[in-house]
Ligand binder design. Sequence first.
Ligand code: FMN
Length: 199
Amino acid sequence: MKKLLFVNGCIRGEQSRTLRLARRVVSRIPDAEIEVLSLPDLHLTPYDAEAIAQRDALSASKAYDAPFFALANQFKEADAVVIACPYWDLTVPSMVRAYLERLCVVGLTFHYNEQGRSVGDCNPQRLLYVTTRGGYVDDNDPALTDHASAYLRSLCAMLGVDRFDCLAAEGLDVVGNDVAAILAQSEAEADQVAARFWA
Ligand SMILES: Cc1cc2nc3c(=O)[nH]c(=O)nc-3n(C[C@H](O)[C@H](O)[C@H](O)COP(=O)(O)O)c2cc1C
């Protein structure tokens, strides 16, 4: 069995279309021992000066087993990660950003080589970003670029996660769109993604 970390960043809980899509894909991934991390329950705050000082002190003494680094260690040890969150203000919600901050620990999840370039030290072979959007993204238009995928893809490269993919349903808040049909199509896509998840 592979260790699959399901990071639930769906702020609207059971009302969330993103959570519905994410559950669909996660529940159909074969051979997976699923660990669910519910971000709304963690009430993470952005790093402040005190937290950064604590992080630096723990890193300096190489105390990477400290509870402070629990989220980073959990991520580092997974075989794959699914992160689900709605598309907010052109990127991930700040709740998710606060989580991602906890993953970036020099000496634990990545390090710098002699050329000053980052080298990832995490185990996950892939990260799947599941999202829904009210409108549409268009990477050919700077105003509509999918900043969330661009950021998460770069983060994966930094942490050593080889593969990044996005599963999205979009146009869900556009008046006149058939939301049920869009979600049904995304769920069919989710089934295909899940079936060859470990390939
Ligand atoms: C605070 C906020 C910001 C949003 N920003 C965007 C946006 O930048 N682009 C977009 O297409 N939709 C945006 N939306 C719409 C959501 O992406 C859309 O309704 C999504 O399906 C919500 O997911 P959920 O049902 O999982 O909560 C925003 C919604 C909220 C509440």
